[in-house]
Design a protein around this ligand. Structure first.
Ligand code: ADP
Ligand code: MG
Length: 349
């Protein structure tokens, strides 16, 4: 797929390391005033004045974190940036810079890496983030991408995972389960394609969930919204691994318990339809699916009026005393302990 996308094939050796770096980074511009020096010296130089610097890094490995047979490289570049920006936003900070390091085997022509960088470029432009450096090297087989995201926030705005209190409301942005169901659709099409390569998949009905998988958007807008609403979350985390595991992180770090209400979990109609088609429980998918990159946070009850009725935010539960534990309250009003896999006794009646 990668090879037949571009007619041209410039080998990485042909360009050389410096030629390649120059080629990949030539169109990036500097927007942030905190960026004093970007690409081109031994190190970048940043100045955040009185603000705090927020740093997060991720490593993505081909075959482990992404599959190039259905992930176009441009999307991969975009998503790799989103995954990192999401961590910065989860601190209630503004993302300002990224570094990008790649290792590629000679299976990848320069044109393929250009596609990757086109996605990275689009992400930088859309989110106002500067590319300020990285490293480029070869690998024996696959592609590796490591991105470090940098952000800034004033000290009092930073939201950690450990300040949720009993009776705080538990809130989530957007809706859940889409990215996982999108992956199910893509996996199925990949199998069909293996059997009959002429079969053109009709992904139209699945546009939303496939996009949630291939082109997630980090919730910069939610950080802005909370600021405008003058709501400072007591704790916040981004949902990369599924709702239940992130709730448990908040509970553990803050030493609180939680009641999560099944009927409140926000699901898009296309996610519900896909769950019916694949015969999986939509609550299970929302709880354990992962990769939605929504923000999960807790707020003081006094702030409820400020967020009430906002279409981007849903109150899904509340925190409790730690002795009460962490539970899912089902639609049938039964109380089931939450586990990192969703809930403990999923297969009971
Ligand atoms: P060094 O020898 O100090 O490691 P490099 O030759 O690797 O420097 O990099 C030269 C410049 O290009 C540095 O500013 C570095 O941060 C940047 N750079 C290198 N690789 C990448 C990349 N893949 N993406 C963005 N910037 C890069
Ligand atoms: Mg280097």
């Amino acid at each position: 797929m990668l090879e037949d996308k571009n007619q041209e094939r410039t080998s990485l050796e042909q360009l050389g390391e410096f030629g390649l770096i120059e080629h990949l980074t030539q169109h990036f511009s500097i927007e942030q005033k905190s960026t004093i020096k970007g690409i081109g010296d031994d190190a970048a130089v940043l100045d955040f004045g009185t603000k705090k610097a927020i740093i997060s890094t991720d490593l993505l490995v081909e075959g482990i974190h992404f599959d190039l047979s259905y992930m176009p490289l441009k999307h991969l570049g975009y998503k790799a940036v989103m995954v990192n920006l999401s961590d910065i936003y989860a601190m209630n900070a503004e993302a300002t810079q990224i570094t990008v390091s790649i290792a590629a085997s000679n299976r990848f022509p320069a044109e393929a890496l250009e596609e990757l960088y086109a996605g990275i470029h689009q992400a930088c432009k859309t989110f106002g983030v500067d590319l300020i450096g990285g490293d480029t090297t070869s690998s024996l087989t696959g592609l590796l991408i490591s991105i470090t995201a940098i952000g800034e926030a004033s000290e009092e705005k930073i939201t950690y995972r450990d300040k949720a209190k009993p009776n705080d409301l538990l809130v989530v942005s957007g809706d859940l389960g889409g990215a996982y169901m999108g992956l199910q659709v893509l996996d199925r099409e990949k199998e069909v394609f293996k059997v009959n390569p002429n079969n053109q998949p009709d992904l139209e009905p699945y546009t939303y969930i496939v996009e949630r998988q291939l082109k997630p958007e980090a919730r910069k807008d939610i950080v802005k919204l909370l600021n405008e609403l003058e709501v400072l979350p007591t704790a916040m985390i981004d949902i990369s691994d599924g709702l239940s595991s992130e709730i448990l992180h908040l509970c553990k770090n803050s030493a609180v318990g939680c009641n999560l209400f099944e009927e409140k979990i926000p699901l898009d109609p296309t996610v519900i339809a896909a769950c019916e088609e694949f015969q999986v429980d939509s609550t299970m998918i929302a709880l354990s699916g992962g990769e939605d990159y929504e923000l999960l946070f807790t707020i003081d009850q006094n702030d409820f009026n400020k967020i009430k009725g906002n279409p981007s935010l849903t109150v899904i539960g509340h925190m409790t005393e730690p002795s009460e534990g962490s539970h899912l309250i089902t639609r049938a009003n039964t109380k089931i302990p939450l586990s990192a896999q969703g809930w403990n006794s999923f297969n009971k009646s």
